[in-house]
Design a protein around this ligand. Structure first.
Ligand SMILES: [Zn+2]
Length: 75
């Protein structure tokens, strides 16, 4: 089920404010950045072609971080 708001949206909206109000370690900052950029044009994309029907699908690349909710789900 796709939710109306994603964690990436929250990070994009409030991540900078969070960094000002609390101590964010470099590792945490790195993970937050990966989650915000996951499956966006920032990470680039690729095309997948079905060997049976030839249908081509374009997808943005994922971040691959184990903390990322999008990368924890197989689709
Ligand atoms: Zn990800």
């Amino acid at each position: 089920m796709r939710t109306r708001h994603e964690l990436a949206d929250v990070i994009r909206l409030f991540g900078e404010d969070l960094s000002r109000k609390t101590i964010v370690t470099p590792l945490q900052s790195n993970v937050l950045g990966k989650i915000a950029d996951c499956r966006t044009a920032i990470l680039g994309g690729h095309e997948e072609a079905c060997e049976s029907c030839g249908m081509v699908r374009y997808s943005y690349n994922s971040c691959g971080d184990r903390h990322c909710p999008k990368c924890q789900v197989l689709d």
